[in-house]
Design a protein around this ligand. Structure first.
Ligand code: MSP
Length: 649
């Protein structure tokens, strides 16, 4: 196979995570490239899948009392469902628990063991026992602590298998020097080169602390390190099954799309392992940037993790795909703001594209009963539109060759705008009134041709909208399978144009803003119930003076008794140092008396005394609780030696 084939992959995703826009982004980009190449007539293979081994899966499965494989079988469906919803056209879906993959990884391991590129040695380093991971010296926290859980690290030594990565440093540098496009964008290329130049160490590629992984062949004490296992998916998927001889040929045109955070795995370890196995490195690794959400880092605790299912539900799959690829140059970081998406939908899709399609089809139906005019003579203006169509195609080809999705879309939209202007210039409604049949024919034919090309060009980005456009133009047949490479202006078409549904209805911004508030609140409750209490019920701004008016003090709990006439209340006797008093509080279901006695808590002291179920309460203790009070904890002080009665504020 020559360059007329194209192999595109996404990273294989960890199944324990819920799919978010990061996952959707790479997969939509890969899908668009796959569809683009199919429409350009290339033999195309598109692979995605899931990374299923490792500690996290093992631990979650143990907690639920099921096997890791059972857990994977369940959660893998989240991804498979999402790819259906996003209209992803992958040819294969690989799971690292597939037999075909496990066998391949063990075979590769054995081969490298025999060739001496894998050897048994001893690994020594700082280890976090609860996280079950080695922490590199440079990442250790103060006083030799774990950067994740902050607990003290221990010095550990264990037997491990190493991959001789150091041996490949020179070869890798030479390879990248000769293939400067093998890592894109350029900034990532430079990052990888300087990393390799700073010196490569041999990589530990087995673990004895973990069970859920592929066993090292002949040494069951060890399982193979997840990254060594995972990276091999790109080749294992081509190397099994009946048509593997055919599939293996795709490797020569392998393109990996990855996020910038996993570039070293893909551009250092991976090609080195391939070289050791006697396989060519991939043709290109392209690293895209990361999304923030409305300017903030995406995180569950903030409750702003974008759920792609929700986006498709609210905006439609094509609009979501369009926005992901139009908003940010591929390779750079970007911000995901729904407000920006609404703006793009209303202006680019509903207005520019929607108007061109509906105005054109409407006129073809009105003036020609949907029949496509033939043999229409072209004026210079019509020829200008034809030339622009042809140039747009050439430019788009070049831009997509560099994975410049955003510029490709801008180029297509410049053509769409030009066509809208062409309608204003030619004023077909006047031609209709005047009965200028010949001129009207050529204008309508020009618009139809322009739309036919537009449908072909946008199909990889927005397959459903393109199909519907095609249908409105009276065309049938695939928008892929060489549709673009076979395209040329004009031709003999026997079609009937219809005026179909509006493809991208305008979004009413005011209504949208109202609905958005409700969605945001619901999302926060789902992602972080702890933070969600009273969400959206923000208080008025306050001042230091009014805050200082609240007399908060440290108090020691002396006695806790159930209230006589209630099963929810406690009578809590507290000592404020200068006086003792009793507070009535409804926290009985959360604590036993002995949980509280002796604790230093925080009390609002100048609260007006109140009678609660006949018991006088003198103050209020401060607690944090979740939305429906499923969970509740009391505020305490960090330093227990601070005396009772100390003022807070
Ligand atoms: N399992 C490994 C990949 C192995 S490939 C042989 C892995 N999995 S992952 O599920 O964590 O992958 C996530 C992918 O999503 C990465 O490419 C990562 O860059 C991407 N993203 C995660 N958060 C992201 C954003 N906020 N924005 C864009 N992409 C992000 O890594």
């Amino acid at each position: 196979m020559s360059e007329k084939s194209f192999y595109i992959t996404t990273p294989i995703y960890y199944v324990n995570d819920v799919p978010h826009i990061g996952h959707a982004y790479t997969t939509v980009a890969a899908d668009t490239l796959a569809r683009w190449h199919r429409s350009g007539g290339d033999k195309t293979w598109f692979l995605t899948g899931t990374d299923e081994h490792g500690q996290k899966i093992q631990t979650s499965a143990e907690k639920r009392g099921i096997t890791p494989k059972e857990l994977c079988d369940e959660v893998v469906q989240n991804f498979q469902k999402l790819w259906k919803v996003l209209n992803i056209s992958n040819n294969d879906f690989i799971r690292t628990t597939d037999d075909r993959h496990v066998e391949f990884v063990q075979k590769a391991f054995k081969q490298l063991l025999e060739s001496g590129d894998i050897y048994k040695g001893e690994y020594e380093g700082w280890y976090c026992v609860p996280c079950e991971t080695y922490v590199p010296d440079a990442q250790m926290g103060e006083g030799n602590t774990c950067p994740d859980c902050r607990r003290p690290l221990v010095r550990m030594k264990e037997e491990t298998y190493f991959f001789k990565q150091s041996k490949y440093a020179e070869k890798l540098l030479k390879y990248y020097e000769e293939n400067p496009d093998a890592i894109m964008p350029k900034s990532r290329y430079n990052e990888v080169i300087s990393y390799i130049k700073s010196g490569l160490r041999d990589q530990s590629i087995s673990r004895t602390t973990l069970k859920w992984g592929i066993p090292v062949p002949g040494d069951d004490k060890h399982v193979i390190y997840v990254w060594f296992d995972a990276l091999l998916n790109y080749v294992s998927a081509l190397s099994s099954g009946e048509n593997s001889e055919e599939l293996k040929k795709y490797w020569q045109t392998a393109h990996h799309l990855v996020g910038k955070d996993i570039i070293r795995f893909h551009c250092v370890i991976w090609p080195a392992v391939l070289m050791a196995l006697g396989i060519e490195p991939p043709k290109r690794v392209f690293a895209h940037g990361w999304w923030t959400v409305d300017g903030a880092k995406m995180s569950k605790s903030v409750g702003n993790v974008v759920d792609p299912f929700e986006m498709v539900d609210v905006y439609g799959v094509d609009s979501f795909r369009y926005f992901l690829l139009r908003q940010v140059p591929f390779g750079l970081d970007g911000d995901f703001a729904e407000a920006a998406m609404v703006q793009h939908i209303n202006s680019d899709l509903a207005n520019d594209f929607g108007n061109l399609l509906s105005r054109s089809t409407q006129m073809l139906v009105k003036y020609r009963e949907g029949r496509l005019p033939h043999d229409a003579a072209q004026t210079d203006l019509d020829k200008e539109i034809q030339s622009m169509a042809e140039e747009t195609l050439v430019k788009a080809e070049e831009l997509m060759g560099r994975f410049a999705f955003d510029d490709t879309l801008k180029t297509i939209w410049a053509f769409i705008s030009r066509c809208n202007k062409y309608i204003d210039e030619t004023e077909p409604w006047k031609l209709g009134k005047e009965g200028n049949v010949e001129r009207l024919d050529s204008v309508l034919r020009t618009l139809w041709e322009a739309l036919r090309l537009t449908a072909i060009l946008i199909a990889p980005f927005m397959p459903y909208a393109a199909e519907k456009t095609y249908a409105q133009l009276g065309l049938s047949g695939s928008l892929f399978d060489g549709a673009r490479s076979e395209w040329k202006w004009g031709g003999d078409f026997d079609v009937t144009v219809t005026k179909g549904e509006i493809l991208f209805p305008r979004i009413d911004v005011e209504k949208w803003a109202e609905e958005r508030k409700i969605r945001d609140a619901a999302r926060l409750v789902k992602q972080n119930p702890l933070a969600a209490r009273d969400y959206g019920k923000h208080e008025e701004e306050t001042t230091i003076e009014s805050f200082s008016g609240q007399e908060l003090r440290v108090a020691v709990v002396e006695k806790v008794e159930p209230a006589q006439n209630s099963d929810k209340l406690y009578l809590i006797s507290i000592d404020l140092g200068y006086e003792k008093r009793t507070i009535v509080s409804g926290i009985r279901k959360f604590f036993k008396p002995e949980d509280l006695i002796g604790k230093k808590i925080v009390v609002l002291c100048n609260l007006k005394p109140a009678k609660i179920r006949g018991n006088e309460s003198n103050g209020m203790l401060l607690a944090a609780s979740t939305v429906k009070e499923e969970q509740l904890t009391l505020l305490t002080v960090m330093d227990d030696t601070i005396p009772a009665g100390t003022r807070i504020g």
